[in-house]
Design a protein around this ligand. Structure first.
Ligand code: FES
Length: 93
């Protein structure tokens, strides 16, 4: 990764303002542990940075690397879909 930019969970929020993905995960209860949640947030942001209108299938594929057996993924997927919609709506303003 020499010469490349790396974004971690610490760089996602804007000061005290959560990124829309983080906010929607809170609102939808799409939270996992302190390892899985940052992974989902960073992966979802990478997806939405290149595809502002992903399908549910695309989101499921994209976050598939964050495997755990602690929860289902429905709330997480709904949260990411809603964050994408909100970000698109915000971009249109
Ligand atoms: Fe992190 Fe299951 S929520 S391992």
């Amino acid at each position: 990764v020499e010469g490349q930019s790396i974004q971690t969970i610490e760089g996602i929020a804007d000061g005290g303002i959560l990124h829309p993905i983080q906010q929607k995960l809170l609102e939808y209860g799409g939270l996992q542990c302190g390892v899985c949640t940052p992974g989902v947030v960073v992966a979802a942001k990478a997806l939405l940075d290149q595809n502002s209108n992903p399908t549910e299938e695309e989101i499921r594929y994209w976050i598939a690397g964050n495997l755990c057996r602690c929860t289902g993924y429905d709330k997480i997927i709904r949260a990411i879909l809603e964050a994408a919609r909100e970000m698109r709506d915000g971009a249109a303003e």
